[in-house]
Design a binder for this molecule. Structure first.
Ligand code: C2E
Ligand code: SIN
Ligand code: SIN
Ligand code: SIN
Ligand code: FE
Ligand code: FE
Length: 363
């Protein structure tokens, strides 16, 4: 292989790595390693540019702890502000070089290659920097290569920032919906929060993945979102519901599902499924579909327990709060009929942790 072929082969290998790794840190670290190997540099760092403070902070750096430096000085800062590649053959004889960085890290810099990371609008989002080429100095070919890698790095960073914003927005929407239903139902936000925490605890003890635990914690508080569609006359009735009124009330499951379901969003999908299934019962006598046993998703089976437990210990327009012990007893009396017995066993085993959540989030 000639050297261009070799570089192409490494680049293809690299493409596979970034597709497999998920977190931004992993992606950037593999890019830094890759750049170091391909450029035959001693170290590489990727800095993120903080526009508000006019500072650069190292997101990934070989052999050194994360640092924060001013963008007003130094080659990295120079690349960030000029948006142009900088090549230095003798750092200590270059007026742009910032000696403070070496002083802080105990490193001795000789040669530098700094490439700006630009987003789609050509705004600087960071700097990719290589230090001390093992033999000779950094060349224009090295600069071209680092620029190529930097395009990947820039889009990975941009995607991650977008993804964070998106997730933040979704969380806000979900919380807003939850408190709207809650408000109508005159329940406390602590109730929805507790249902989320009890559910996450059971999910963890059951052995679900971290991702599923996070999903259920966020989605479980939405189980009654469909109550938004139920008339106040029914929802806030201080007495027992008539047969017809209870039939109306039952529709909050399907209503909640239809309100929340979003094909594109895993959290809302989970929330929709939970809204649909949280009144199903293990023995098949629940609603809306009379699903039985493991036909009910694990999310639905878990939230059924968390919801009834918390409904019992909470005040409702139609009932006084029960004691912790009395509610715990009811769960056990209905293990295997209303509730999945394996989950009730886990609930019992972890009753102290349940009690802690109850204590810390009392109404
Ligand atoms: P919710 O108040 O959030 O109650 C959720 C579930 O907790 C109930 O589902 C039931 O399984 C359990 N639960 C709550 N309170 C009691 C209780 O005093 N005794 C027992 N054994 N279980 C209790 P369910 O029955 O499907 O009810 C769904 C929703 O319908 C309730 O949500 C509530 O909003 C409404 N609802 C149910 N019964 C009445 C009632 O008698 N009067 C009024 N106004 N609303 C009711
Ligand atoms: C600089 O950007 O001037 C500092 C280079 C270094 O990390 O030593
Ligand atoms: C809601 O889901 O936001 C309503 C409160 C409840 O869980 O009953
Ligand atoms: C549904 O609620 O229609 C299905 C949701 C799911 O399984 O993700
Ligand atoms: Fe409900
Ligand atoms: Fe509830």
């Amino acid at each position: 292989m000639n050297s261009a072929e070799k570089q192409l082969a490494i680049l293809l290998e690299f493409g596979k790595v970034i597709n497999k790794t998920k977190s931004l840190d992993d992606v950037l670290e593999s890019m830094a390693n890759f750049a170091r190997d391909i450029l035959q540099a001693d170290r590489c760092s990727i800095f993120i540019y903080d526009k508000n403070k006019d500072e650069l902070w190292s997101k990934v750096a070989h052999e050194v702890h994360p640092i924060r430096i001013t963008a007003k000085r130094g080659l990295a800062g120079y690349a960030a502000l000029s948006k142009e590649t900088q090549i230095v053959v003798d750092a200590y004889n270059d007026y742009r070089f910032n000696r403070e960085v070496d002083k802080a890290t105990g490193y001795l810099t000789h040669t530098i290659l700094s490439v700006p990371l630009l987003d789609n609008q050509e705004n600087t989002i960071g700097v990719f920097q290589a230090l001390n080429k093992k033999q000779g100095i950094f060349t224009n070919v090295d600069a071209e290569l680092l620029l190529l890698i930097s395009n990947y790095a820039a889009s990975a960073i941009e995607n991650a920032i977008l993804y964070d914003k998106l997730r933040d927005t979704q969380t806000k929407i979900i919380n807003k919906l939850a408190s709207a239903a809650e408000f109508k139902d005159q329940e406390t936000s602590k109730h929805t929060k507790r249902v989320g925490l009890y559910s996450a605890l059971l999910a963890e003890k059951y052995g679900l993945s971290q991702e599923d635990i996070a999903k259920i914690e966020l989605a479980a508080p939405m189980h009654d979102a469909g109550k938004i569609g139920i008339a106040d006359k029914i929802l806030l009735k201080p007495d027992k519901l008539s047969k017809n009124e209870f039939e109306m009330m039952k529709t909050h499951t399907q209503l909640g599902h239809d309100l929340l379901f979003d094909e594109e969003n895993e959290y809302l999908k989970a929330a929709a499924l939970i809204a649909l299934e949280h009144h199903e019962k293990w023995d098949g006598t629940g609603y809306p579909h009379g699903k039985k046993g493991e036909e009910i998703s694990i999310f639905g089976r878990i939230v059924a327990i968390a919801d009834v437990f918390d409904a019992l210990i909470s005040v409702r327009p139609y009932k006084e709060p029960w004691s912790f012990e009395k509610a715990h007893t009811l769960l056990n009396e209905n293990s295997g009929t209303h509730f999945d017995p394996a989950l009730i066993a886990l609930f019992n085993e972890n009753i102290e942790k349940i009690h802690t959540i109850y204590q810390e989030l009392k109404d």
